[in-house]
Ligand binder design. Sequence first.
Ligand code: DGJ
Length: 729
Amino acid sequence: MGISYNEVTRVFHLQAGNTSYVMQVYKDGYLSHLYWGRKIKKVNVQELLAGIARGSFSTNSDANDIVLTLDTLPQEYPAYGNTDFRTPAYSVQLENGTTITDLRYKSHRIIKGKPALKTLPATYVESDAEAETLEIVLTDSLLGLKAVLSYTAYNNYDVITRNVRFINEGNTNLKLLRALSMSVDFNNKDYDFVHLYGSWQKERSIERRPLLNGNQSIESRKGASGHQHNPFIALLSKNATEDQGEVYGFSLVYSGNFLAQAEVDQDETTRVSIGINPFDFSWLLKQGESFQTPEAVMVYSSNGLGDMSRTYHKLYRTRLCRGEFRDKTRPVLVNNWEATYFDFNAEKIENIAKVGKELGIELFVLDDGWFGKRDNDDCSLGDWVVNTKKLPKGLDNLANRINELGLQFGLWFEPEMVSPNSDLYRAHPDWCLHVPNRTPSESRNQLILDLSREDVCTYIIKAVSNVLSSANISYVKWDMNRNMTEIGSECLPVERQKETAHRYMLGLYRIMDEITSSFPNILFESCSGGGGRFDPGMLFYMPQTWTSDNTDAVDRLKIQYGTSIVYPISTMGSHVSAVPNHQVHRNTSLKMRGDVAMSGNFGYELDLTKFSDEEKGEVKVQVAQYKELREIIQFGEMYRLLNPFEGNETAWMFVTEDKTQAVVAYFRVLALANAPIRRIKLKGLDPNKEYSVFGKDDTYGGDELMYVGLTITDLEGDYQSIIWILKSK
Ligand code: DGJ
């Protein structure tokens, strides 16, 4: 286990969980990639490099060595311009305008544990015994350019994390044009490319397609990870399914513009890379300066997509999320957004909270509209002072009254934004992202504050902290409702303008770090028009995210299923909303809405005062049931059973690590005449344990539940759902 180096063969062998990752310092100091996959004990280098020599049009960098064209050598961090024609991992511009660099192995060190990344979010260890880290130093002696490639192998996870630090140790200025977090070469193209795509209210649909010759990529140019693509891709062997076959996952711990791609070259090898999007990016490295890339988290599984997801879930839940709430069950909440939108006052809020208390709800969240003069979305962002027209006695008073009812109080913010119609904008029109002589485009009547500026970040930290200290606030929803345009900063020199978007992210991370550390008792949930910034970077600061602005139970099946490809259940906000649903105008049963929302951090987002007595009775039961089950749901291992992208049914289940308890959720969207007998085979149970199934008289063996399955009966009509609760005897 861990990381070893063979002085003779110059081979690095990283073992992480059941995985091996092998590299070699090849002749002339190029760092070649040899193997990544199921754990092996011994490495035969000749075998792994056999066949890479070919009489092609590729140029040999060593005239005496037909093998050594970088165009066919599998590599770890390739350049462009010196015989490799494939996609480079990095690119650096010299003062003379040229871009040829030549990074070769200089030294390495292996250390226990995992160093934190300065200024960027990353996975971590709690003790040095959990992982080992290899730092390989590559240098270009002509330029004085140094790149430190960092690899961490976790002992108990099939995970390798990577990042790169560039340092200019020369005596000229250098400009990074491209600085991806990782690159890896596969020796064939026999894989499918999987990624998560979507749009606002339709986040993280799954697409699987064969790898094709040429480049296939997903990216964000929006200044946020975005609704459209998630910073994640996977390669799946052709036969891979949910439960078997090889899967390679790549996830980027970053919330801004990213690029993830797989290039199949002329020899049908595949190069995969992920990192900050080089589009509209550059970074000036003056003498002595350094640049840190975000972290890429690479997961290998030989047991299908489900196993890959469970690895990401556990790692991200326990070694990316932090703080007091990481291991705490999350409260059942009611949020007033879909209940009132901007139209509320203290009395209305208190009335909703009162019913909430009756129903067993634990937290009331006051959404948008409590500050400045905000009665709709055209003003006041940036003016984080209470709207006394709506809340004449102030926030503190409202929070106390909610607390007296027996609920915690939570509050919405959108700290990164400014409304042109706000006191903040009138005082500091230069504080938004903009470029000279052009009017910045508005979106939802708002502009984005320039978080690449220290003074703006300091203002946000102070303004938000003032509110958080002014009342008893237990939860914050941190929203962000537009993407970046006219990206430029008044404070940066000409040659650094293309650094603005990344500097914004560094500013945001600093702000979130300071605020969340100053208020460790507050549970933070991030949001961006729903799930427009649902990414690992945000989870480092805020352990949960509002999954989507689409709260329709049927659409949520796909959204939550797709999100679960990478993200743990404890990170997904999921609420019951009113019918007809406000986004798609569908009527679904309260039961199904409850069952779908229970497969996440559960809550309600509707006017509870409008419930009939009968509905209140049903909700009381839902809330009580969720409280009983939430530990299993939020922290159990998730197994996906039926895929909503493939048909009329969806099912998933959550199993405690010791396999003594499980919750199974089944959903059928449309009714079927003469429906065939449906039996659903469970997963992840102990075949030798005997389980009781709540509501059934018999007990069942774990083997029976997994190999024979449970029969689905008694469903009538559309939008049906069943929850089974299993306990071992
Ligand atoms: C977008 C969020 O996703 C919604 O939940 C809500 O908070 C609105 N913003 C408020 O403006």
